[in-house]
Design a protein around this ligand. Structure first.
Ligand SMILES: Nc1ncnc2c1ncn2[C@@H]1O[C@H](COP(=O)(O)OP(=O)(O)O)[C@@H](O)[C@H]1O
Ligand code: SF4
Ligand SMILES: [Mg+2]
Length: 336
């Protein structure tokens, strides 16, 4: 078993949202518990897939771990060091080892800089090296991410989506990353290019020993890259375990619904019928809906089938993530 590179304990990130003209009034404020008591760990050379619908808090988990936004509470340890308590200056040497691949293809790529300058800046930012060393590192990076040398003279807008993604990854490697938060890294790309990016990330992991928190709502891709999967629902992890178990034997009703809609979609695609999933009549999905107890209760088929048991909706018995099998945790009173 590899060493633990990232350990997240009871992480919370609550946003204060002010609304309307009279936003100074307390009544107009509300708390959005975007990340609400999340704990998990990641081993070196491993990928943890983080899945869940849009708005469930995935990006906020990634940004908070990397200290791009301050945590409300909780502890984040990287390579055995508690980074939550570090000052910005103390954190700086670790910053280069933890990088984010942003969902937006153009984030981190200055539109006014040529690719060579972007990579050169990243290579030199944390180390004092001479021109020949920079060139050597540049060649190494191009080979690692499989990018043609001719692209170095281009500006970001002259590249395809797949090439921009490669430059983004090269940039993170240039800085010296060994842990990457990859936030929906394939979402804006064509299917064939998605496969290339997935293979690239897997090759880099094998060759360089990288660790990934891989955020995606595309379950097919998550299955391809992840060793373990954590499923988020409204700020909480509701199930976590080895990828095969999560995909094939989910125990939380929400995970079950997520993966069965994937199977439905695949069989519709195979039979040549519409690839659009039928819209689930689940109503509003956000933090507006008041909840008591389990956050999934208003949408949960098991809760409904069991005659709406009090235990699911009692605030004092909110289901907690607990072991249900080896390396498999679930937060549900009536797991499947
Ligand atoms: N800077 C912010 N200010 C206020 N609310 C935010 C902010 N960032 C995210 N949120 C809210 O937090 C919740 C989780 O968002 P996010 O982490 O982006 O989810 P996901 O990545 O799973 O789609 C959403 O309700 C979103 O509106
Ligand atoms: S605790 Fe109850 S409402 Fe929540 S997921 Fe389990 S069965 Fe459904
Ligand atoms: Mg997101």
């Amino acid at each position: 078993m590899g060493k633990t590179i990232l350990d997240v304990v009871n992480l919370k990130k609550h946003f204060l949202q002010r609304r309307g003209l009279f936003s100074a009034l307390r009544a107009q404020e509300r708390i959005i518990p975007a990340v609400d008591d999340v704990s998990f760990y990641l081993k070196e050379h491993e990928t943890l897939g983080l899945v869940g619908e849009s708005g469930s808090g995935k990006t906020t988990v990634g940004k908070t771990i990397l200290r791009l936004t301050p945590a409300t509470s909780g502890r984040i340890s990287f390579a055995g060091k508690d980074i939550t308590a570090l000052s910005a200056r103390e954190f700086r040497p670790l910053r280069k080892e933890m990088q984010m691949i942003f969902q937006d293809l153009d984030a981190a790529l200055n539109p006014k800089m040529r690719i060579r300058a972007i990579l050169k800046e990243a290579i030199s930012v944390h180390q004092d090296i001479n021109g020949a060393q920079v060139d050597r590192k540049m060649d190494e990076l191009l080979e690692q991410v499989n990018l043609k040398e001719s692209k170095l003279t281009n500006f970001p807008h002259e590249l395809s989506g797949g090439e921009k993604r490669r430059v983004g990854i090269a940039r993170a490697l240039a800085v010296g990353a060994r842990f990457l938060v990859a936030d929906e890294p394939t979402s804006a790309l064509d299917v064939s290019i998605q496969a290339q990016v997935v293979n690239l990330l897997k090759d880099l992991q094998k060759n360089l020993g990288l660790s990934y928190l891989f955020i995606s709502h595309d379950l097919r891709i998550v299955e391809l890259v992840s060793h373990k999967v954590a499923v988020m629902y409204l700020g909480k992890i509701v199930e976590m375990g080895l990828v095969n178990r999560i995909a094939e034997a989910p125990r939380h009703p929400y995970t079950h619904i997520l993966w069965s809609s994937l199977v439905d979609k695949e069989s519709r695609e195979a039979s040549g019928t519409s690839s659009e999933a039928p819209s689930a009549d689940w109503g509003v999905f956000d933090f507006e809906r008041p909840y008591h107890g389990c956050r999934f209760a208003p949408r949960c088929p098991v809760h409904q089938a069991r005659g709406r048991p009090e235990r699911c909706i009692n605030p004092s018995t909110e289901p907690q993530l607990h072991d249900i099998a080896e390396a498999h945790k679930v937060a549900c009173h009536f797991p499947l």
